[in-house]
Ligand binder design. Sequence first.
Ligand SMILES: [Zn+2]
Length: 511
Amino acid sequence: MILHPFLFAIFPILFLFARNIEEVTWGHVYVPVLLSLVLAALLLLLVRIFMRDWLKSGVVASVWLLLIFSYGHIYDVIYKLGEGVVWVPHKVLLIVWLVILSVAFYLVRKSKVDFKVINRGLNFMAGFLVALSLINILLHQSPLDVRPTDSSAQPVGQSAAIDNPDIYFILLDGYSGQQNLEEFYGYDNSSFLNDLKSRGFYVADKSLSNYATTRSSLPSALNMDYLDALSPTGEAEYVRKNFFVHNELVNNNAISRLLKDSGYAYIHFGSMWELTAKNPYADINVNKQSLSEFLAILYRTTAFYPFNYVIGDWLNLDVRQAQWDRIYYQFEELAKMPDLEVGSPKFIFFHVGIPHGPYVFNQNGSFVVEEKDPAVGWEHAPESYLNQSIFLNRQLIIAIDSILSQSKQPPVIILWSDHASRAIVLDKDVDRVADISDVALRSYFRNFGAYLLPDNGADELYKTITPVNIFRVVLNKYFGANLQLLPDISYMDTPKSGYKYEDVTSRVAYE
Ligand SMILES: [Zn+2]
């Protein structure tokens, strides 16, 4: 009996189940088990066609399954060893895998040993691994769903009138400032801005972003400093190039560390983008994936994952539909935050992937079935960008009204964007910041910032404040911190120049 390929096929699933016993139920496991068994059968048949020997085919199929399921783990191990400085691209690792696949096939085919013995040995080994995982699962399955929050920590300092307000840090990806909307879209956004002002928001009407991309803006804002100051080498581009350092700055950021030390619960609303999809340091993660999380994690460890851009299409894992669902879900959950009982104040990180593309919302919030001219890219679809922005305006006001009416004490709400719409698309060959026109730079940097800081917190704000300084103001005001504000600088870089950042503040500044 050739059992081992089937056992090896379900082992990774049971192993993952056993390791996440508190979050996974049998319901999560049926589908992947079934898919895996089908995969094992297909591989066995495929090999059999070329091998003409069932026992040998079984061995090859098992080796192949092992390679498929270990792929993501090996990739991660190499990635961690290299600390993000050195890593092996998928292309290279896949070729190595393909070579091993072929060599295994060749060796087994040539081999003269008794495959009956090997088959028995492998059956036993695979059976043992599966049994071990099953025992683990059955022994440790617990019906409890406990989510501990640490509320024993003490605050950094004392605020005057407001005690540890809930803090909403809402990143509107790619949202443009008023001047940008006027200049590039001919749109007057003042009714939205007035809606915000009438609810007590301070709108920084000469706001600029510190960087032109999320990858640079986000770690900077969350750590209240510029990338060169955050870099272990003192060079901003080091952070940008070294994914390990970069990811750690986003995930284990200074703001959430400080607030958690002050007894806050950190609630993370992730976007579709990998970097913020889920934060391992958060107390609670809120996101909606198109696959169940269990299946998504499993899928990511397989050798199929590098082909996601094709497979996602086949399986109809429509990322646009998923984006539409996710954003409605995010806003629904956001409105519930004031009532969420965690026994401590809350820091809510909310990354919403719009108005940035893909463009999935009409103005009224219905689904954009077909993106207009997707070939030219997100940045070149002004009408779609505007529609999505207008939809976002409406959702924000609904969410803010719900938060304000349900919060027991006035919350801090930070609305900001990491960069503007980037309406002027750069030539791919541009490698010098000096070669980028002022108008293009404006389309990148004239971002959006509106802040609700209760108890006259807005007194410390000013029209040209940039994201790097926002939390300095918040911590000074509500936590008795004494942080110096930094000069507000906008840094542009180009991938071709190796992310050498250049100060373009004077080129993007408002009149
Ligand atoms: Zn962005």
